[in-house]
Ligand binder design. Structure first.
Ligand SMILES: Nc1ncnc2c1ncn2[C@@H]1O[C@H](COP(=O)(O)OP(=O)(O)O)[C@@H](O)[C@H]1O
Ligand SMILES: [Mg+2]
Length: 303
């Protein structure tokens, strides 16, 4: 028999731990009782129908917004305001056009260190920024302005901006969504190399299922398409994690064209994206070993 207290204690030691997290905007419930536990080193990809609350979930993890209720811990510590434990890369517009690439990368350290420390350590930070630029294969582009770089290169600068802060968890919200397919695939391989080299923990939102399955060690689906047995079964209570599985790490892009990938994509479409295929709240596909679910009293009664 599993000791409930010990199990919870153990989960609390995960890098990211969320339990019973709700987020409402006015009367609209966006996130409904989210339970999530992520270990250090994982590459989690998150997909879900447009507007289901993926970016909202990220804002809660970042600390840009508070949950309506529930607990969010990073390394066992409740999430406060945004700080360097969480980094974020967005689809676009994270670079200041009037600053050179290297200055853009130094913005984070500058803001975080305060004037005195910044002046004392400026040279060290700049050295570090140049090193990180080399890691993202932009060693020769530090003195350029963002508009002189291609879209793919700009996103690599955005990744460098996040990396210099050495976040415990790197959140990426559709980071390759604005890139052409060739560049996108290139950056997919690139981010996997970085993840591997720096032992990073990545949490990556995409609306491209193929991308999610290729990159993730774990694929999560957030969806509002389910029912709970209450009311007419169509009452939209907000989104839950309806699918959570470990994915075998694929090393080549061939995986995208494999039968295994096609099969998983079909399963995910059905369980998360098809409003006709609603599943009961107790029937979600939560097979990842770290996955857990706290049902409300009402959900237990309906089960
Ligand atoms: N600040 C806000 N105020 C009110 N509603 C919001 C706010 N932010 C997001 N929403 C609503 O929450 C839902 C989820 O949004 P979002 O997290 O951006 O979805 P996703 O990233 O999955 O596309 C949407 O219906 C959106 O309109
Ligand atoms: Mg979004």
């Amino acid at each position: 028999m599993v000791d409930g207290v010990a199990a919870v204690h153990d989960l609390n030691k995960k890098l990211l731990y969320m339990e019973n997290v709700y987020k409402d905007y006015g009367k609209k419930r966006v996130l409904d009782n989210i339970d999530l536990s992520v270990e250090s080193g994982e590459f989690c990809t998150l997909v879900g129908p447009s507007g289901c609350g993926k970016s909202t979930l990220f804002r809660l993890i970042l600390g840009e917004e508070r949950p309506t209720s529930g607990e969010i811990l990073i390394d066992g510590i409740p999430v406060g305001y945004p700080d360097k434990t969480r980094g974020i890369v967005y689809q676009k517009y994270s670079l200041y056009p009037n600053l050179r690439v290297v200055e853009n990368i130094l913005l984070g350290p500058k803001l975080a260190s305060g004037a005195v420390r910044w002046l004392a350590k400026k040279n060290i930070f700049e050295q570090e920024a140049r090193q990180i630029l080399a890691e993202v294969k932009l060693a020769d582009h530090g003195d350029k302005y963002p508009h002189e770089l291609s879209g793919g290169m700009q996103q690599r600068v955005a990744i460098a901006q996040a990396l210099i802060m050495k976040p415990k968890i790197l959140l990426m919200d559709e980071p390759f969504g604005a890139l052409d397919p060739g560049t996108r695939e290139h950056l997919q391989v690139f981010i996997l190399e970085l993840w591997h080299k720096f032992n990073m923990t990545v949490f990556f939102v995409t609306h491209d299922l193929e991308e999610a399955l290729f990159l993730g060690t774990r694929v999560l689906v957030l969806s509002q398409f389910y029912m709970d047995g209450r009311g007419d079964g169509e009452t939209n209570r907000g989104s839950k994690i309806v699918f959570d599985e470990k994915v075998t790490r694929s090393t080549t892009t061939d995986f995208k064209h494999s039968a295994e990938c096609a099969e998983l994509m079909k399963k995910i479409r059905e369980s998360g994206f098809d409003p006709e295929h609603r599943r009961h709240v107790t029937e979600f596909n939560l097979r990842h070993p770290d996955s857990f679910q706290t049902l409300t009293e009402a959900e237990k009664r309906m089960a």
